[in-house]
Design a protein around this ligand. Structure first.
Ligand SMILES: Nc1ncnc2c1ncn2[C@@H]1O[C@H](COP(=O)(O)OP(=O)(O)O)[C@@H](O)[C@H]1O
Ligand SMILES: [Mg+2]
Length: 506
């Protein structure tokens, strides 16, 4: 029987492994420490405010942004572009609300008709659609042109039944073959009497091994949908409200209109509206636009500012050499919550009007590098180990001795940040330690991560600078041994390897 999952340090210490540590369901509760930032994130979610998270890498900024997006209401609108027959290069913008999209889904479902087994369909219809051989009446797939049972052409009318013999029979088959269903197969239209005693046109279509039957209502729904054929969904209703725009290019961020070598020519080319592509700012409409290392976006920050102010931003072809450059869709909505993150050093490189916009319509939070070493926070560390094991999926849970050693290491690392009696919140790196220990356990065939694996991992996962120091006495000595001047830059313990370990989000 499964044990009760526990949360307090007193309870946790008695466990066999982290498998029995409770992992909270709210993603915000999975973040260790960072109480201030989380408080602001909760406000931002409810009040739709922007948020700037400042602090060192690997301390939970992305995690908070992601969790915020999971605490806001689901998007309620779908954004589409539609063909403009008068002026193809100015496609129409269409915003549908939830109900309209669902109505359309229902119409689509209704327009699909019913799939029938050929044996349940009148034989003459099966013959005309090619499911039954006209000679020997055997059933076969319509893709078999020759009957697998009698070896003759299935479409030929049997001798005797047709006074004109094979010739017209074949011709008839050819004529029928020329009637194409929308899906590309053949179709047959007949009249039947429906349940209300009325005459009704029924359409039978090839649909692989089955036959699709569309009654009058389904055919009507289908023609209703045909009117929607000249539309493209830019931002669909059912979407992830978390959009990552870290390091985005201009076109990724703002959208684009793709090139068409035929310039959107009526027959040869791809119509302009089909070439319109939404940007991250549009995809984040009604959701969260997360920009990590915001200052690295450089001049693109200006566009984000405009988008935040206007809550709409045109989509244009951004390559002047491309046929897309003449296409424009005005006023595409982009009402997002901006969550931006950066290191303290980069604060000065954020466009100042953008920062003042964030301050004016949101909050700035400095994330912590450590949290006090209390029983409560030790329990959180155990929860963290359980979370990392779950996220990784390839490593076993850890014993309590292993957790205690991780806590000791966490204390040590906090001291490295001048935080005595504290536990580090540079948890991406702690996650790396857990993974390395987990790998050691797996390689050894052990069912749990033990303190021995942690010790092993600590030895092996040291930064290379430290390894050099050990081997050559000092880091500088090691440098002078083999490397060129160009590489003689001092480097820190924390490498800002921000792109690593974002498993939760990618
Ligand atoms: N405060 C935290 N609480 C729990 N896990 C964390 C925390 N900080 C970092 N992690 C772990 O490290 C990973 C990377 O953290 P991330 O949120 O991307 O850091 P940042 O955005 O500050 O660089 C997370 O996916 C998580 O596994
Ligand atoms: Mg991050």
């Amino acid at each position: 029987m499964a044990k009760k999952r526990v949360t307090t340090w007193d309870e946790i210490q008695d466990l066999d492994s982290t498998a029995d540590v409770k992992i909270p369901s709210d993603p915000l509760d999975r973040v260790l420490g960072q109480e201030d930032a989380i408080k602001l994130a909760k406000i931002a979610a409810i009040q739709r405010r922007h948020l700037l998270l400042v602090g060192p890498p690997g301390t939970g900024k992305s995690m908070i942004a992601r969790a915020l997006s999971m605490n806001i209401p689901k998007p309620r609108h779908e954004i589409r572009v539609a063909k403009n027959t008068e002026n193809a290069e100015r496609p129409f913008l269409e915003i549908l609300d939830k109900d309209q999209v669902y109505d359309e889904d229902r119409i689509r479902a209704d327009s699909m008709g019913r799939l029938l087994d050929p044996h349940d369909v009148q034989q003459d219809i099966c013959e005309r659609l090619g499911y039954v051989c006209r000679q020997c009446k055997a059933y076969s797939k319509p893709s078999d042109l020759m009957c697998p049972s009698c070896g003759k052409s299935k479409m030929e009318v049997a001798h005797g039944s047709n006074p004109f013999g094979d010739l017209l029979g074949q011709l008839g088959g050819m004529l029928e073959a020329a009637v194409q269903a929308p899906q590309g197969g053949k179709s047959v239209r007949t009249t039947t009497v429906n349940s209300r005693g009325e005459q009704e046109f029924v359409l039978f279509e090839m649909a692989g091994d089955k036959i699709r039957m569309l009654d009058g209502k389904a055919q009507q729904k289908r023609s209703q949908l045909m009117n929607k054929a000249n539309q493209k969904v830019l931002v669909k209703l059912d979407r992830d409200p978390f959009v990552l725009a870290t390091g985005a290019s201009e076109t990724e961020l703002l959208g684009d209109v793709r090139h068409d070598p035929y310039g959107g020519h009526e027959k040869l080319g791809t119509p302009a509206y089909e070439r319109v592509v939404a940007g991250s700012i549009h995809e984040a409409h009604e959701g969260v636009l997360f920009v990590d290392e915001i200052s690295h976006l450089g001049s693109l920050q200006r566009y984000i500012l405009t988008a935040m102010q206007e809550k709409r931003f045109p989509i244009v072809g951004r390559n002047p050499q491309s046929a897309g450059a003449s296409v424009k869709v005005e006023n595409v909505p982009c009402d997002f919550i901006l969550v931006a993150a950066c290191n303290i050093q980069d604060l000065g490189n954020i466009l100042s009007p953008l920062r003042s916009r964030i301050i004016g319509g949101g909050y700035e939070a400095l994330v912590d590098v450590a949290m006090p070493d209390t029983p409560e926070n030790r329990a959180k560390y155990a929860q963290f180990v359980a979370q990392e094991v779950m996220i990784d999926g390839r490593i076993p849970h850890a014993t309590m001795d292993a957790v205690k050693l991780i806590i000791t290491e966490g204390r040590l690392r906090a001291r490295g940040d001048n935080q005595p009696n504290a536990l580090t919140l540079r948890l991406r790196e702690m996650g790396g330690l857990i993974r390395a220990a987990g790998d050691a356990a797996v390689m050894n065939g052990d069912a749990l991560i033990t303190d021995a694996h942690i010790r092993d991992a600590l030895r092996r996962s040291r930064p290379v600078e430290e390894q050099i120091r050990e081997k050559y006495g000092s880091y500088m000595k090691g440098m002078s041994k083999d490397i060129s001047d160009a590489q003689k830059e001092t480097s820190q313990y924390y490498l800002g390897n921000d792109h690593l370990g974002d498993q939760m989000f990618n």
